[in-house]
Ligand binder design. Structure first.
Ligand code: XFA
Length: 417
């Protein structure tokens, strides 16, 4: 058995975390039982390059139980949970990942997972697929198909396909509604509030809580903040989104106005320079600013630094900027994703949906991959419906269905005229 992790003795601690995740991931657990006998992935070798977390461990187990041979690397040097990696290795899956690995080690780890010559690949960010295309194109012939977890990865793959360079079909798991919608609204919504609370312990009730951007992440965050009793203000650049925010019951205004009244600011736009010098200058004493958007450029840190007299870390992930105007601004997680730095990212229940999508997409790759062309493919809408239904089933929630008469009414274009 081959693996490289920080310390195999951490396995027991990792196993506890994985057990906890299993108890929160009913859909994957259901699929594991469903396919335990049939083994739809028998004979397949799955190379995965995905955050090594307790949730990923449950996905790996589901793949293994379904008959796949698996080899794993992390897709981000800072997201690996070392005890989880140790438990995965200890359970018999080759895994090459540890927290804080450098760039060379990162690619070494991906290469190590390619040694067994995979038939299926699973990516988050397309690094594994890129590595195959750039360094080991000989292996592409053996790969039936692959899957991709994120927006960024899907974007890269579509560009490759457009340039005619993609060597095998890939299913864009990200674009399934049961993936991105649940991640962004419910995952980011809750974990962002969680990150703010862990790094501040403020009372949200009664606070003026400013959300920049009313995309799915902004909508999730705004709705959870309201649920805690905050008075939520939304800022937008898109009139349609702004109107939706207003009709959803939020106050909508320009950031130039919100900056002067807000107690807590969170950016969720994907754009740079959402909070800049003139906003910091207007902010009330004690204002809290953080970001849950894609990058750490939404809050202009250079502008904030230029206004400061002094800065000190007042508690973990919380820096107090004492400004020259005498006021204080508290910056959380250095402007990086507050839901990751200050909390634990998406809850397991949300990852359950993403990873069940990954799993079903890989089964489809094994079954139909040879018939798909070397392009980026969507998850079929039936998979979304099946998964949503499964999640409800596992929660013991039944829903209505149409009677044959209602179906007929649905299809009858003359009815009602
Ligand atoms: C860490 C994830 C990234 C961890 C890992 C360890 C710990 C906490 C870094 C990640 C992603 Cl970049 O997970 C969380 Cl101790 N996730 C996904 C995730 N989020 N992503 C919030 O939780 C989605 C995303 C992000 C950040 C999309 C686009 C850009 C940035 C992997 C994961 N999370 C569940 C962890 N539950 C404990 O498995």
């Amino acid at each position: 058995m081959e693996y490289k992790v920080k310390d195999i003795k951490l396995a027991d601690s990792g196993r506890l975390k994985i057990e906890w995740a299993e108890s929160r991931m009913p859909v994957l657990m259901h699929l594991m039982e469903k396919y335990r006998k049939e083994k739809p992935l028998k004979g397949q070798k799955v190379a995965g390059c995905l955050h090594v977390t307790k949730e990923t461990a449950v996905l790996i187990k589901t793949l293994a139980v379904s008959g796949a041979e698996v080899s794993w690397s992390g897709c981000n040097p800072l997201s690996t949970q070392d005890d989880v990696a140790a438990a995965i290795a200890d359970e018999g899956t080759p895994i090459f990942a540890w927290h804080g690995m450098n760039v060379d080690e990162f690619y070494w780890a991906i290469d190590a997972t390619l040694e067994f010559e995979p038939t299926l690949t699973l990516d988050d960010g397309a690094d594994l697929i890129n590595r195959i295309h750039q360094k080991r194109p000989d292996l592409a012939k053996k790969v039936i198909a692959g899957t991709e977890e994120t927006t960024t990865g899907v974007h890269r793959l579509r560009a490759m396909a457009k340039a005619g360079e993609l060597l095998y079909p890939v299913i864009a798991v990200n674009d399934a509604e049961t993936k991105w919608d649940f991640d962004n609204v419910y995952g980011t919504g809750q974990s962002s509030i969680d990150g703010i609370l862990r790094s501040t312990s403020v009372l949200l009730a009664g606070k003026k809580f400013v959300v920049a951007g009313y995309g799915h992440c902004g909508r999730g965050t705004a709705s959870r903040a309201r649920g805690m009793g905050a008075q939520v203000i939304v800022t937008e650049i898109n009139p349609l989104q702004a109107l939706k925010a207003m009709l959803d019951g939020f106050e909508v205004m320009k950031m130039d106005e919100a900056a002067a009244v807000g107690d807590i600011f969170i950016t969720a736009t994907g754009m740079k320079d959402i909070l800049v010098r003139r906003h910091f200058e207007m902010m009330k004493d004690g204002a809290i600013v953080c970001n849950t958007g894609h990058y750490d450029c939404e809050i202009n840190l250079n502008d904030l630094a230029a206004l400061k007299d002094e800065v000190r870390e007042i508690r973990p992930n919380n820096e107090e900027y004492r400004l020259k105007n005498g006021r204080k601004i508290f910056l959380l997680a250095k402007g990086r994703l507050v839901n990751l730095a200050g909390a634990e990212g998406h809850p397991s229940e949300v990852m359950d949906m993403s990873f069940a999508n990954q799993f079903l997409a890989l089964i489809r790759c094994a079954r139909e991959g040879r018939d798909l062309d070397a392009a980026v493919h969507d998850v079929p809408v039936e998979q979304d419906l099946d998964l949503a239904r499964l999640k409800l089933d596992t929660l013991g929630i039944g829903i209505d269905s149409l009677t044959p008469e209602q179906e007929k009414y649905n299809d009858d274009y003359l009815a009602g005229t």
